[in-house]
Design a protein around this ligand. Structure first.
Ligand code: UDX
Length: 441
């Protein structure tokens, strides 16, 4: 038909909430669904359950337009939607590299049970390659409408902190489909985005699933590559910051995701490469991605090396040393502390006997919940008051803009470890600070 499809978005975490709000902003009728009644209540009242710049404003606008609603009922969702986007999480299983697919399987099965007319179920979650084909079968077998229900895969590449812009203006759309009808449905669901000139790659289900993992593996590899060079720099007196700058002028290499430092964390990159390693083993192609183990190992070493750098700077013993840890989130403009290098380092310093005071502009509540053993400051200067060493762990703009003279006035010793290459060494040294950074003189 010519009418715009009605959309549901199942799972209202980072991905789902952003997708639901943005699709409503693009003009679609959208129903957001979550099993967590608390989350749904919050969203209904116009509040976003996590920190994401621009999203709260857009949520309220979409609700005022009357196009965006929320429910906990999959029955309601099944009746409402022509296209159902599945946006639930696939976290790493405890004690394993494998992804936990129980949420995806649960949501798809529950939804399918109520699908009584032609509909398209679209997976957006990051899953091990091969999952979509299995879910397609499951949907056909479970839905009362049978073969009239199809499954497609549409991986999502949004970055936290840029989620709205990445959703409204993606680099590309990837549609994994099993029929021309499914492709048509997806084209209708993204018509305004396609009209902007966004490239569309139409593929089979396994390719669509694989694009996401391949992209994240590449990005992780790029970061670990430059951090491996940092290790070599440290052994030779070379400077990885200048090295990265010089490499970046080569268009074939490019400077993005080539920022050396404490390495990657968050809810995606670390668990995605591990799930990929696990899946490759199952598929008997472990060798093809064996390098990803090294990518992971290099990344973990950055955290340990940062702790060592702090220890070296304070003269060898961390016991009783006052440390100001600036940053807890896995990256700036996010309150996400999943696999956050910053918190990992802060906790390791604490275990080594240091008295650690953490400050982060937005991730404090999340950090407190997971690391109640640490002390939390009220702002950067307060956290640094009396400190023997300041450690910059997440490159928030407000930390980049710290005046070394002002902070120098409150610390016990002017010593700083710049875990993110976010400060100007010349400026800090001129203010009398001992400045150290990974792979940098
Ligand atoms: C990532 C992907 O970028 C995104 O496409 C995918 O959909 C989800 O995973 P995100 O986890 O939001 O997004 O964060 P991203 O901006 O990619 O940063 C990941 C981590 O790498 C952060 O901890 C960041 O500090 C680190 N990083 C990034 C570096 O250490 N160096 C860099 O050069 C870039």
């Amino acid at each position: 038909g010519t009418a715009a499809p009605r959309l549901t978005v199942i799972g209202t975490g980072y991905l789902g909430a952003t997708h639901a709000v943005c699709m409503a902003a693009l003009g679609y009728e959208v129903l957001g669904v979550d099993v967590d009644p608390g989350k749904i209540e919050l969203l209904r009242s116009g509040q976003v359950p996590f920190f994401e710049p621009g999203l709260p404003e857009l949520l309220v606008k979409a609700q005022e337009s009357g196009r965006l609603h929320f429910t906990t009922s999959l029955v309601e969702a099944a009746e409402f939607g022509d296209i159902h986007f599945v946006c639930v999480g696939t976290p790493q299983q405890p004690g394993s590299y494998a992804a936990d697919l129980s949420h995806v399987e649960g949501a798809v099965t529950e939804l399918a049970r109520h699908l009584r007319r032609r509909a398209l179920v679209v997976g957006k979650s990051t899953v091990p390659v091969g999952t979509a084909a299995r879910l397609a079968e499951l949907v056909r077998n479970t839905a009362p409408a049978g073969d009239a229900v199809e499954l497609a895969w549409n991986p999502e590449f949004l970055r936290e902190g840029f989620a709205v812009d990445d959703t409204l203006h993606p680099d590309r759309l990837v549609f994994g489909t099993e029929s021309a009808w499914a492709e048509q449905q997806l084209r209708a669901a993204f018509a305004p985005v396609i009209a902007q000139g966004t490239p569309v790659v139409v593929a089979d289900l396994p390719t669509a699933e694989l694009v996401k993992v391949a992209a994240n593996s590449f990005l992780a590899t790029k970061i670990s590559y430059i951090n491996a060079m940092a290790e070599v720099c440290e052994a030779t007196g070379a400077d990885v910051h200048l090295l990265a700058e010089a490499l970046a002028y080569d268009d074939r290499i490019g400077g993005r995701f080539l920022r050396p430092g404490l390495g990657f964390g968050g809810g995606c990159l670390p668990k995605d490469i591990r799930a990929f390693i696990h899946r490759a083993e199952e598929l008997d192609v472990a060798q093809a991605v064996a390098f990803l183990r090294e990518v992971d190992a290099i990344n973990q070493r950055r955290r340990a090396r940062t702790v060592d750098l702090v220890r070296e700077l304070v003269g060898g013993d961390l016991a009783g040393t006052k440390v100001a840890a600036l940053g807890a989130a896995f990256k700036p403009d996010s309150d996400d502390i999943r696999d956050a290098p910053a918190l990992d380092v802060a906790a390791a310093l604490h275990r080594a006997g240091a008295l650690v005071t953490v400050y982060d502009p937005v991730a404090m509540d999340n950090a407190r919940r997971v690391h109640p053993e640490l002390t939390y400051g009220t702002d950067a200067l307060q956290a640094a008051t009396g400190a023997d060493v300041v450690v910059l762990l997440t490159e928030w703009t407000q930390f980049r803009e710290i005046d070394p003279e002002v902070m120098g006035a409150v610390v016990n010793r002017r010593r700083v470890v710049d875990g993110r290459h976010a400060l100007d060494p010349a400026q800090w040294r001129a203010a009398g600070w001992e400045y150290r950074a990974l792979g940098r003189n």
